[in-house]
Design a protein around this ligand. Sequence first.
Ligand code: FES
Length: 99
Amino acid sequence: MDSGVRICELPDSGKKVVSLSGKEILLVNLKGKIYAVENECPHQGSPLTAAIVKNGALYCPRHGYRFNLVDGHCAEHPGFVLATFPVQLNGEAILVDLD
Ligand code: FES
């Protein structure tokens, strides 16, 4: 599904929230690779819009849980997994697979 965001709108370490099929999805550019995750922390539901992107991970702004952008796992708290979605590029367009 086309996220409506073009890669030029998402600078390195940049984030952008889009609403796709009624879900809030956070797009993240990490060194030129784009990731898509649910914009809701699996811990206590905080939006991740203000999360910090560092060392390949996303740090929740609320309690600092650290989620791997590739698989959503949290090393310190393995019971909490952030939903991640496959991303493809079609030219400049960022496509997210929500299925
Ligand atoms: S709500 Fe995200 S770490 Fe607690």
